[in-house]
Design a binder for this molecule. Sequence first.
Ligand code: SF4
Ligand code: SF4
Ligand code: SF4
Length: 159
Amino acid sequence: MADISRRQFLRGNFSGRQTVLRPPWALAEAAFASVCTRCSDCINACPQHILVLDEEARPTVDFGRGECTFCGKCVEACQPRALQKREGAPPWQLKAQIQNNCLARSNVVCRACGDACPAQAIRFRPALMAAARPEVDESLCTGCGACCSPCPAQAIRLA
Ligand code: SF4
Ligand code: SF4
Ligand code: SF4
């Protein structure tokens, strides 16, 4: 295996690309890191309880706890403005990615992710003599994370 840090390994991030998931409408990572005061006000404001502290005591999103409804409460709570709604800017660029351990790829019938998606962005392509496999329509996916925790195989990541 290439020389990767334990943190990268745990995140499945072997390319070294930044993968810490900041709250929606966060500044770019370098600016975010300098502006965020680690006050935790966004964490306390989130009604979905999906914001947690990372190893450096800054907020990160844990989709294992639920989905983002894009309510904007975290942005309103952030006095230093490390989170800022900008005119026309999406909350983030995240899209759902279905990994190879998806049960349907092992021919097990499962539609948990599709049932959970509020945007109906997951479609199942019928297959002859095989379980239908989920496919994400990136043009519809909002990156809300609602499909993550219902997946029994934890096969969906947001990136
Ligand atoms: S937009 Fe709302 S649901 Fe999403 S992280 Fe912020 S407070 Fe939580
Ligand atoms: S409210 Fe803003 S400054 Fe405070 S921890 Fe959250 S992002 Fe950082
Ligand atoms: S992240 Fe949200 S919108 Fe995208 S596929 Fe999953 S549930 Fe649907």
